[in-house]
Design a protein around this ligand. Structure first.
Ligand SMILES: C[S@@+](CC[C@H](N)C(=O)[O-])C[C@H]1O[C@@H](n2cnc3c(N)ncnc32)[C@H](O)[C@@H]1O
Length: 350
């Protein structure tokens, strides 16, 4: 049986691309519906899914009556991102196992201080998830608001203890309920790749005050493990884990998240901007904490949906392999996880 999935592709001109992917067992291709909200006319693009991104669209006309369903389909697309983070267990795992990037917050704040040293009023953490990054901003701002589209994530964020100046709101990243020019910092931590990126950048620009900072950060999915003198062997097993999850990577993200951020950086028109390719963050945690952290990845969650037993087997196999190399019997044995972050800062012209 062919299966149908709906996913949005980012598009940097005023067309909305909605793609219906048909995956027959032998050969995959995608049927994409390109629609222009302005003209209410449309195009259909049929393109092979592999190899990416060299596929050539074949464009055909769409009857105008089909484009009337544009709004409905847009909402459907947005819900795809919500669903990826909607499970209550997933939100709880986020809270428990995600890395809090204090080192990056320090970098952002020291850059902001150099530009305009003062107490800042308002920070937005867009796509805040369960809020562990949001809270780190509390000491630097009068008010910090974490926003997310997922009610389950926000419920988790609010349920945990928060500094009094931190609150949460449900809204899409592309429609922030804040006045133009009232925000000092717009950040998104490991989240902006899920957004409608051109619309989010436009919205971030609208809410930022002149001189305000946009800080987008994320990490590559090749976390390493350090343990005594066998770090290389452990990291090789970690690679096996990531490779097994690759088929479950959401097509919206393409092959490289870093490329999506590089594209956003390039498209940002602020002259005062800086890109950092790699900042390593190290955390000591139980081996099991590392496995649980990888289990928060959307690709693992997708595998779990499609094949729960297979996903559990994969985690157990990886955990057992790691323990065997470490010559330990407890998954609570501490290891150091190395996370490779990349980020960019861009300052709105004053
Ligand atoms: C990978 S999680 C990152 C969460 C958190 N910032 C962290 O660092 O752990 C991405 C988050 O972005 C949210 N998200 C995805 N698309 C969104 C959108 N269009 N608008 C707002 N939030 C969105 C998801 O619900 C999810 O909580």
């Amino acid at each position: 049986m062919p299966s149908w999935t709906l996913f949005p592709h980012g598009l940097c001109f005023p067309l909305l691309l909605i793609s219906l992917t048909w995956i027959p067992s032998s050969f995959g291709f995608s049927l994409a519906l390109l629609m222009s909200p302005a003209s209410c006319s449309g195009l259909i693009s049929v393109r092979p899914r592999f190899p990416q991104p060299a596929s050539l669209p074949l464009l055909l006309s769409v009857p105008p009556h089909l484009t009337g369903r544009l709004e409905e389909l847009t909402v459907w697309c947005r819900n795809m991102a919500v669903r990826a983070f909607e499970g209550k267990d997933h939100a709880a795992a986020y809270w428990q196992f995600r890395v809090t990037p204090q080192e990056l917050i320090s970098k952002i704040m020291s850059s902001m201080d150099k530009k305009t040293p003062k107490q800042f009023s308002l920070a937005l953490d867009v796509g805040c998830g369960s809020g562990q990054g949001t809270k780190l901003l509390a000491p630097y701002f009068t008010k910090v608001v974490g926003t997310d589209i997922s009610p389950a994530q926000l419920e988790m964020a609010s349920a945990n203890s928060n500094p009094p100046n931190v609150s949460y709101r449900q809204c899409p990243a592309e429609e922030l309920p804040f006045a133009s020019g009232e925000v000092d910092l717009v950040t998104a931590m490991t989240a902006a790749h899920w957004f409608d990126r051109p619309r989010f950048l436009q919205e971030a620009d609208r809410v930022l005050r002149p001189g305000g900072c946009m800080a987008l950060l994320s990490y590559t999915l090749d976390m390493e493990l350090e343990y005594r003198d066998i770090s290389k062997a452990l990291t090789d097993v970690c690679k096996e884990f990531y490779n097994a999850l690759l088929p479950f990577r959401d097509p919206y993200l393409g092959p490289s998240s870093q490329k999506l951020y590089a594209d956003m950086f390039e498209s940002c028109s602020y002259p005062d901007k800086e890109w950092t390719d790699r900042l390593q963050v190290r955390r000591t945690l139980p081996l099991n904490g590392y496995v649980c952290m990888v289990e928060t990845f959307s690709s693992y969650q997708k595998m779990k949906q499609k094949d729960p037993a297979g996903a559990e087997r994969l985690s157990n196999d990886i955990s057992n392999k790691l323990m065997s190399i470490m010559k330990v019997s407890s998954p609570d044995t501490e290891v150091t996880m190395v996370v490779n972050y990349f980020y960019f800062l861009a300052f709105k012209p004053s």
